[in-house]
Design a protein. Structure first.
Lengths: 259, 259
DNA sequence: GCTTGCTAAAATGTCAGACATTTAATAGGC
DNA sequence: GCCTATTAAATGTCTGACATTTTAGCAAGC
């Protein structure tokens, strides 16, 4: 596979890295396949070798590619990707055709993790966290009825979930807020077709979010945990993931992913 | 703070990055403080600017430092560290004096997450996963009685827990196996003093690990979840973390970390 | 025929020096 | 006193040459 069709780029090595990363995330190269050589990239994008090397260094750090002196650059398989790297999340945002498997896997993770995080949040929450949660929730409410403000609504949605992770007051958990962004964005893109249905579901979704907020406000761990689970059930529907126990369906049949 | 006392290094930029990272992890510089300039590092370690820049690029990617053209390099605070980056875990291994807060935070995470992962593992486990688990458990058993083989025992311990994460068959969860290594290593180092007590506790620990294995083998999610929790309770004791509800104590008092 | 070893090619890795850009401090003019 | 140019200091970038690692090919020798 060559570089044909990849758009030109303006700006530094970051832009180039983003470009290549998104091509990789979209599955443009098979795992194990050879990645273009440095000089070819220099020629194709008309940039210095320095920029190419910096960009490739980022891709290496996120586990997308593997480089060996003398042999060249090869594309790594999806199991080796550092999905928890914030950089990776940035690259995923706005991906026009995200890998459906990736969306499912990330959601399955959230479905199992987020209730626990909500429980922790209810135990550790402080004033500042509540302010964040309330602000985000109010933003969601305000932008719910206006179809024009959908992208803004998504931002508040991300902020709300991120606030839950932050409220856990754990150094590790709070880093995972990044994962929300691509996941929620994918949600919004997937449901572009059925807007009416979307509007109907929004009320339900909003209500469930509110219950999480209330549970955390009252420092009720059990309630927060189950309320968060309810939110994610709603999200599963919107994502088009099988409605009953999406967790099972997403994790119990990876036999073909063993290689 | 200068570079005085940092040992010389032989070998590439990776070694240099490791050296600097461990100094940062050990708290040699205060958050927000200025990090040495490129040319100073070149002079002190007698390496090319290229190597220094490559090393600093790694530190930037893991969120340890922040660089700005013209201003210089500053040390970031612990909240911004990418604790989930595999690179970071590598750097942490064998840290002689790990930050106690860090150990507590990582353990608090494991305490909340690992039971859920064990539950998933019991649902998604396959033959290959069971083989990994059994192999690791047998290794733990074999090396339990011999005080000489303690470091080997730790390796099997890490392998056992990693196998649980792998058995979840989720792309996100399975990446977190890295977090185990520094956590478990810290455990072994912390209990170096009371060896007798250690030997006594080992039997208990081993027994609890075995119950997790059995629960997963029988595909019993509930049992796996509570068995995993029991393992971590034992670990909490060995880590010297407060025995009752370590989760609370580790997360409910971060008021001083707010800045 | 098989192995061994040398050689050459191709790829990534490293170096050194000059130059560009960004930022902050400083001096001067009004 | 405020605004603006100048200067210094730091990181960022470019370029060309060279080093190192890996692979493949080919040839000599058993």
């Amino acid at each position: 596979m060559t570089l044909d069709g990849l758009p030109p780029h303006r700006g530094g090595a970051e832009e180039l890295a983003r470009l290549l990363a998104r091509a990789l995330l979209a599955g443009r190269w098979q795992p194990g396949a050879a990645f273009p050589r440095e000089l070819d990239l220099c020629a194709h994008f008309d940039v210095s070798r320095n920029q190419v090397r910096n960009a490739l260094a980022s891709l290496t750090a996120t586990g997308l590619i593997e480089r060996t002196a003398g042999r060249g650059t090869v594309v790594r398989e999806i199991n080796d990707w550092h999905l928890l790297d914030p950089q990776m999340s940035e690259w995923m945002v706005g991906l026009t055709h995200p890998d459906p498997q990736l969306v499912r896997e990330i959601f399955a993770f959230r479905y199992s993790a987020e209730p626990v995080v909500a429980r922790l949040a209810a135990q550790a929450v402080e004033t500042q966290d509540l302010e964040r949660l309330e602000s985000a929730f109010q933003g969601m409410t305000r932008t719910a009825t206006d179809p024009e403000a959908r992208s803004l609504h998504v931002e508040y949605d991300v902020a709300f979930h991120d606030a839950i992770y932050l409220a856990s007051h754990n150094l590790v958990w709070r880093q995972m807020g990044h994962l929300l962004r691509p996941s929620i964005i994918a949600l919004i893109q997937g449901s572009q077709a059925q807007v009416h249905q979307f509007q109907a579901g929004l009320e339900d979704s909003l209500d469930r979010h509110g219950q999480v907020l209330e549970a955390i406000r009252h420092r009720a761990p059990e309630a927060a945990e189950s309320a968060a689970r309810e939110v994610l059930r709603r999200t599963a529907i919107d994502l088009g993931i099988v409605t009953d126990s999406p967790l099972q369906s997403a994790t119990a049949s990876p036999a073909d992913a063993e290689g």
